[in-house]
Design a protein around this ligand. Sequence first.
Ligand code: HEM
Length: 152
Amino acid sequence: MNPSPPIPEGPERRAALGREVTERTGLDDATIERFLRAFYGAARTDALLGPAFAGVADWERHIATLTSFWASVALMRGGYHGQPMQAHAHLGLTPAHFARWLAIFEQVARVELTEEGAAHMLERARRIARSLEMGIVPLALPAAPCRPTPAA
Ligand code: HEM
């Protein structure tokens, strides 16, 4: 029997890949939303992260935005068009904030998701956290020795 022809790149292919992820990991919109409610419930009451979340005016909107963000990231869904880098730039986040965020994310993922679902979300969370951190935390470079400017 001939294998079915590959689906060309586009919305149909992304939908098929998303369905494959759901079958393999159990992740779907409802699971992601339930996980996020548990995650932010823990993150916003954490001693280190809590103050950074104090300015969130509308938690239902935040959960809706994040559900759409994670559905895009984890299930290849369109629909999220925000700017994560800008959203975090003014929060004064440090490497300790990112380490704590990831630790809570992992802890809650292991309780709320299947093993495959937790691994799928964690791999992406670590990658995105690293790139956010690199984008917004200033590099602590050692002071460079002063070199005299060459005479013109
Ligand atoms: C390091 C600790 C972090 C803190 C304290 C933090 C806090 C926040 C806050 C306060 C907002 C704005 C919410 C609002 O005003 O409604 C936000 C937005 C957001 N955060 Fe984080 N965040 C952290 C790390 C991360 C990481 C690692 C990710 C992704 C893996 C992430 C994904 C997002 C996204 C997608 C948004 C929405 C941006 C938009 O407006 O489109 N955050 N976060």
